[in-house]
Design a protein around this ligand. Structure first.
Ligand code: SF4
Length: 90
């Protein structure tokens, strides 16, 4: 069973080991699952077909997670660096 990183905020925001903050805008997410294809360690779809963030996201590289955000057809994945600067989407 895949573990959700933060059960209170399944789609984030969550802070990764790298210090980056990541979240999925559930209003935008259409469940296309492209993010899961790119970063299977980081996301899974919940029962509402919205992407949620897995505990194993910390094992993923930030480069791969940025790739997954870029791959999302509706730009629903938002990433900030440890200083709070927007990494994606710009
Ligand atoms: S790729 Fe985007 S729209 Fe598709 S499941 Fe992931 S966050 Fe949602």
């Amino acid at each position: 069973m895949d573990k959700i990183k933060d059960l209170k905020n399944p789609s984030g925001p969550v802070t990764l080991k790298s210090g980056h903050k990541i979240w999925v805008d559930r209003n935008l997410c259409i469940g296309a699952a492209t993010c899961i294809a790119v970063s299977p360690k980081t996301y899974v779809l919940d029962s509402e077909a919205k992407a949620v963030i897995l505990e194993s996201a910390d094992e993923d590289t930030i480069e791969n997670i940025i790739e997954s955000a870029k791959a999302c057809p509706v730009a629903a994945i938002i990433i900030e660096d440890a200083q709070g600067n927007r990494v994606f989407p710009k």
